[in-house]
Design a protein around this ligand. Sequence first.
Ligand SMILES: O=C(O)CCC(=O)C(=O)O
Length: 261
Amino acid sequence: MAFGIKPPDPTAFPADYKQQFDELGYARIPGFINTDEVAMIHGCLRRVIAEVVPTMPVADVFYEDKADKTSLKQLIRLYQHDDFFEQLYLKSRFFALAEFLLGRPVVGRNMQYFNKPPGIGQPTPPHQDGYYAKLTPIEGMTMWLALEDVDEENGCVRYINGSHRRGVRPHGKTGTLGFSQGITDYGDEDRAAEVCMIARPGDLLVHHALTIHRADANRSTTRSRQALGFIYYSARAREDEAAVRKYQEELTKEMLAAGKL
Ligand SMILES: O=C(O)CCC(=O)C(=O)O
């Protein structure tokens, strides 16, 4: 398997990664995978989009415009639909890094493909992943792997330093498919504090479940903005599964009624 099974010694990762994650609420790891590995992921994504997506439930495949199959914006639970992505998620150095950063055993909860198609990719509203997750304690992270050049034009991720230490902010419905809840009192002070994460293919961003983040729309008319998201929870965190399921079912109904799914 490419991408390496767990390193024999988890301290093989530089201590600086954990220091950044603990202090800022995110770590930026340039070149976490190399160009051959990026190319392999693109190849597997092309295969999945051609062969697997047509068999996936509508609740796991989001388009900016469902009548236009080139406007694919998100694939949910990718690891449950394809063996390559299952290995990449659960038996790789991504998994090992998650345990290193959290300092305890983790479990995989979701792996997603994110795209902002050129010209039509919508903004990602400001949010905290931990709000969606209904976890106790809120111990988890999302890894965001850039598969293309990402900058201010095509919608880089923006973080607020230290926001993982300041609790959960109020969230409300956004109407955005894939990011249904956003921070309701996000203001100028928040915008002034944002740090824009410019990334190259293979760079990894890792944010804590409480770190506030958002992304702009894709303003480029020629470049997409593709990434993979790996969500890991601490193994000791308990999820309110019934509440999450109920919310997801209601949301799917609403999105179907709105013609978005
Ligand atoms: O891809 C994006 O725009 C944001 C992804 C995100 O919010 C996340 O991974 O938690």
